[in-house]
Structures are given as structure tokens and as C-alpha cells.
Write a protein that binds this ligand. Structure first.
Ligand code: ADP
Ligand code: MG
Length: 405
């Protein structure tokens, strides 16, 4: 897929031009404090290059899920403050999205200045299903950067959304992929075309239904598809073993049976399970064999034997994509499966494999184990967007950037 990138824009020259950047600054907050600034830090390189080149930068982003109207608890004020620190420049915050304050501040920008617009989702048109409504908001955004403006799409976490600041605005301005989006696109291309074998995919997390389409799309392309986490229990049930009170999606049992019939030779399920007597960090635990199943308690992690088998296949892989924890890693007693898989992928990476971690909780798990981001080839900033790409869906925010040829 051919897109113009930030490099192309910088080569054209941006000094004195207004550049609208859609960033993903949707960080977790607790009591007004940012608890993980990862997305802000990841957004800095694109912004810094534009500022250093003398652009008048206007950033738009969302935070949380406001109901289409201003909500003080979801103001981008804490983000403007943190971004100022990281950039070493004053980041002004507009008091509105595209209102009179935003307009006045945009007009007052000089080369190398940066303005952050208030939470774009304070405006109901951002997520409207009505094309005309979204286009109106996009047009108002374009007015802020002026006639010779440009748009840089850098929020990979939102490119699967057909929203005004992601999709519609790109139809109205010359548009470019920022560094984050360009990198993610390269990575996704690399794990879907001409992948180096053996190719192993590890899927976990809580819901099978979220990841069914990915299993369908990837199973024919991979050598190994490891399934763990809460989603494994619907597969185990489909094989005929009882799973007690484990996470189960009854309506998916038949689908899992069908997947096992078609892709049984590549799908690896855990053969043992850590069973807990309650969902709690201090639960009493035992190990059950998957072939026997269990009638009481709930499976909260893959068993030690499974960790070993999974680690063995992963260590020898040359390409690895991992999405979803193997167990309830938030509780130390049930973190061993996820840690074992993470460490095996780190070892494979050290041996030259290309490894990609997608999914917010998987990335959080990696960090909670004290593993460095650099121990993996790439940690994706957008779990939902990368899964949709791997499913083979068209992502509106990427498709709109595509150029001929
Ligand atoms: P990601 O954000 O990486 O895509 P998901 O959101 O799909 O991952 O799933 C993450 C959640 O799945 C974690 O909060 C974890 O506690 C939960 N989980 C994993 N295994 C189990 C299990 N056996 N039972 C219940 N929850 C589980
Ligand atoms: Mg998650």
C-alpha cells in the first residue's frame, strides 16, 4: 500500500505552513494524573520534526468517551501539560474544539508554535454516522490550518475508525502518514506478506469472539497458532472437556469445533491449566489436565507443562505475532503463563526473529514483567486497529491516505 509519509511532507517544506496532526493521546488517567504516558511519548517524534521544520502545528486528539459535549473530567489539559514537558515548548490548549478560542489561537500561531485542540469527541460530529455532519467538522478543522495546510495522520490506534478527524479531514487536505502510522503499516505488511518461517501467532485474552476473525484469517498462513488465556476454554469445551466456571462463550462452541476441525494441525491449545477456587489474587490453586477437564473452580492461567511447550515452539520461530495474555497476569499467581510466553518471544527476538506485540493488556503485561520494549521488534500502539488489519478488513483511516501506484 502506497502512502505519502511525513518524510515526503518535510521534503516539500512546511516552514510557515499550518499542519493538522491527528495524534493518539488517549492515556489512562487516575484522579487527573496520567498513569501511563506511553502514547504521549510515542507521539512526540512526529510533532518534534514538524516543529523543528518551522510548521505551525495544530494537534487534535480524543480522551475517553465523552458524550459529544464538553466534560471537564475529560479535558486534554493534563495532556497539554505533559506534552509541553516532553517537547520542551509551551503547548497551548484551546478552550474548545473548533470554536472561537481555537480559531483565535490558530490565527496567532507563528512558525514552530504548537496548539492542542480540546478533546475532539466533545463535538458530536466527530463520531457521527452522517457523512455530512462529519464533513462539517472536518471542514472546520481545515479552516484552522488554512489554504496551504496539510494533514498528518499519526494516531494508529484510531485508523480503523471512520471519524471526522481521522477519515474525513484526510479527504480535504493533502495527507501524510506520520511516523507512528508509517511504522505500524510497515510492520503489518511484514507479518502478512513474505513472512519468514516458522511463523507463530499467539492469541489469548478474554473473549474468543473478538479474535475469531483473526484466527480464520491467520490460521492458513502460519505454522503454529498458540491459543491461551480465557479464550482457550471455549476451545477446550469444544473438545469435550468440562471447564468448571472458567470463561466460556457458549454460543462460540460450535465455531471453535469447526476451527479445530479445519486447522487442528496448526492450533496448539494448553494441555494443562492452573485452576483457582475463586477469582482473587490469594485463590487456592491446583493443576488440571485439559484432557480430563475440571468441574469446579476456574482456569486462570495455562499450566506449567503448557508454558514449556509453548515456549519451545516460540523460541524457534522466525516471525511472531502475539496478542492477548495467557492468563490473569494482573494477579501474580496467574502471571507465569504470560511471563513464560513473553520471555520465549524475547529469546526468539534475540536470535533474530521478527516479533510483534499487539494489544493494550499484552503490552501492559510485558512492562509489568520489567521487559524492555526493545526486547521485541515492535510493540503496537493500536490493538484493535492491528487486529482488524490482520483480519483483512480495510481500515478507513489508512485507505484514505492511499495514493495511486
Ligand atoms: P489485549 O488488550 O492484549 O488485546 P484482551 O483485552 O483481549 O488483551 O484480554 C486481556 C484480559 O484477559 C486481561 O485483563 C486478563 O486478565 C484476561 N484473561 C486472560 N486469561 C484469562 C482467564 N483465563 N480468565 C479470565 N480472564 C483472563
Ligand atoms: Mg484489552
Amino acid at each position: 500500500m502506497a502512502v505519502r509519509t511525513l518524510k515526503d511532507l518535510l521534503a516539500e517544506g512546511v516552514s510557515g505552513r499550518g499542519v493538522l496532526v491527528r495524534s493518539d493521546l488517549n492515556v489512562p488517567l487516575e484522579g487527573g494524573e496520567i498513569t501511563d504516558a506511553g502514547r504521549i511519548l510515542a507521539s512526540v517524534p512526529t510533532l518534534r520534526q514538524l516543529l523543528d521544520a518551522g510548521a505551525k502545528v495544530i494537534v487534535t486528539a480524543h480522551l475517553g468517551r465523552p458524550k459529544g459535549e464538553p466534560d471537564a473530567a475529560l479535558s486534554l489539559a493534563p495532556i497539554a501539560a505533559r506534552l509541553s514537558t516532553e517537547l520542551g515548548r509551551n503547548v497551548q490548549l484551546a478552550g474548545d474544539v473548533v470554536g472561537s478560542d481555537a480559531l483565535a489561537r490558530a490565527e496567532g500561531l507563528t512558525d514552530g508554535d504548537i496548539l492542542l485542540l480540546e478533546n475532539i469527541r466533545f463535538d458530536p460530529r466527530e463520531t457521527s454516522k452522517d457523512d455530512a455532519e462529519r464533513t462539517k467538522l472536518a471542514t472546520a478543522l481545515v479552516e484552522l490550518v488554512g489554504d496551504d495546510g496539510a494533514f498528518v495522520s499519526d494516531g494508529f490506534g484510531v485508523v480503523h475508525r471512520k471519524q471526522a478527524s481521522v477519515y474525513d479531514v484526510a479527504k480535504l487536505l493533502p495527507s501524510y502518514a506520520g511516523d507512528l502510522v508509517a511504522t505500524e503499516l510497515d510492520v503489518l505488511t511484514r507479518i502478512t506478506t513474505d513472512t519468514e518461517q516458522p511463523y507463530a501467532v499467539v492469541l489469548g485474552g478474554s473473549k474468543v469472539s473478538d479474535k475469531l476473525a483473526v484466527i480464520e484469517a491467520l490460521a492458513p498462513k502460519v505454522d503454529t497458532l498458540v491459543i491461551g488465556g480465557g479464550m482457550a476454554f471455549t476451545f477446550i469445551k469444544a473438545q469435550g472437556s468440562p471447564v468448571g466456571d472458567s470463561l466460556l462463550q457458549e454460543d462460540m462452541i460450535d465455531t471453535c469445533k469447526d476451527l479445530l476441525e479445519r486447522f487442528g494441525d496448526v492450533i496448539h491449545l494448553p494441555h494443562d491449566i492452573v485452576v483457582a477456587d475463586k477469582f482473587a489474587p490469594d485463590a487456592a490453586t491446583s493443576i488440571a489436565m485439559t484432557s480430563d477437564g475440571f468441574t469446579e473452580g476456574m482456569g486462570l492461567d495455562i499450566g506449567p507443562g503448557s508454558v514449556e511447550r509453548f515456549a519451545a515452539v516460540l523460541r524457534s520461530a522466525k516471525t511472531v505475532f502475539w496478542n492477548g495474555p495467557m492468563g490473569v497476569f494482573e494477579f501474580e499467581k496467574f502471571a507465569a503463563g504470560t511471563r513464560g510466553v513473553a520471555e520465549a518471544i524475547v529469546a526468539a527476538t534475540a536470535d533474530g526473529a521478527f516479533s510483534v506485540v499487539g494489544g493494550g493488556d499484552s503490552a501492559a503485561a510485558v512492562r509489568s514483567f520489567g521487559l524492555s520494549d526493545d526486547a521485541f521488534s515492535h510493540i503496537s500502539t493500536g490493538g484493535g486497529a492491528s487486529l482488524e488489519y490482520l483480519e483483512g478488513k480495510e481500515l478507513p483511516g489508512l485507505a484514505v491516505l492511499e495514493t495511486e501506484g
